[in-house]
Design a protein. Structure first.
Length: 259
């Protein structure tokens, strides 16, 4: 009797769970970020199993956006991994709680894994294969991964060629894990002397840019999609804000230039 009940519960749960992956008009599987106005700019979401890069300066909203990408999946029962080289777990959980996201609860449900890692360990993983990240992803059947940020990893490589080879190898690995990934890159979008991003930018499937610029009275946040392979994405710049429950993207684009 107990077994029957358990099975029924599982079936009900399966049926009730909304799909986390949808198809866009072009027939490509899409993984929604979970921010309505943003998803509509990119044809419904990131391309499934793609590697996506979010570039922005300090405080521009990268970590919040990346966490929201995971929260929206976990709300639907999907398992997520957040890898960081910089954030401390307790501080990060506390910051996200201020946006109403209780990561401890998701962790207890087995949906969220926080992994503090070192860039060197990632390098070893690429050279030797496997490692902690891979076993977490395969054992827990992780579907979305955030690496926040990729900057210090990129800085391990001195020249552009070795940076590009490392990026290729890392992104290839992520693709093989059947994961849709979002990597953040700490860099002022206007910086003409970019040290890290060129090699990475070539290899990722999409690039989002966040601007946090001073208007007359105060700083405002803006975003744009610089590239997204296989997607007829918006080419306009939209304002966005960080509010109580995360990021809200404005409906109207702006006509200002950020160069
Ligand atoms: N609960 C909140 N309500 C409103 N705004 C918030 C809230 N929490 C954070 N913010 C805003 O978001 C900013 C931090 O955003 P976030 O951590 O995503 O930036 P980041 O681009 O990851 O920065 P860094 O490069 O330093 O990691 C804060 O400086 C603040 O302006
Ligand atoms: Mg951050």
């Amino acid at each position: 009797m107990k077994k029957v009940k358990k099975r029924t519960r599982m079936l009900v749960r399966k049926k009730v769970l909304p799909k986390v992956v949808g198809k866009s008009a072009s027939g490509v599987d899409r993984v929604p970020v979970g921010i309505g106005e943003f998803d509509s700019l990119i044809g419904g979401g990131f391309v499934k199993d793609s590697t996506n890069l979010l570039v922005g300066g300090s405080g521009s909203g990268k970590t919040i956006f990346a966490t929201q990408f995971l929260i929206s999946a976990m709300q639907k029962g999907e398992k997520c991994l957040y890898v960081t080289f910089e954030e401390k777990k307790a501080q990060f959980y506390e910051n996200m709680l201020s946006l109403g996201w209780d990561l401890k609860v998701y962790e207890e449900k087995g949906l969220f894994t926080f992994l503090e890692y070192t860039p060197i360990k990632v390098k070893t993983m690429l050279e030797e294969g496997g490692g902690t990240i891979e076993s977490i992803i395969l054992n827990k059947k992780i579907r979305r991964i955030v690496i926040d940020s990729i900057t210090s990893f990129a800085l391990l490589f001195e020249d552009e060629l070795s940076q590009r080879a490392a990026a290729l190898s890392l992104f290839g690995m992520i693709r093989d894990w059947d994961c849709t990934s979002l990597l953040t890159l700490e860099e002022e979008p206007f910086d003409k002397n970019k040290k890290t991003s060129r090699a990475i930018e070539f290899e990722v499937d999409s690039i989002l840019v966040f601007y946090f610029v001073r208007d007359e009275k105060e700083r405002q946040r803006y975003l744009e999609v610089l590239k997204m392979r296989g997607t007829n994405h918006s080419r306009e710049v939209f304002p966005f804000s960080v509010v109580k429950n995360g990021i809200v993207v404005g409906k109207k684009s702006v006509s200002r230039a950020f160069e």
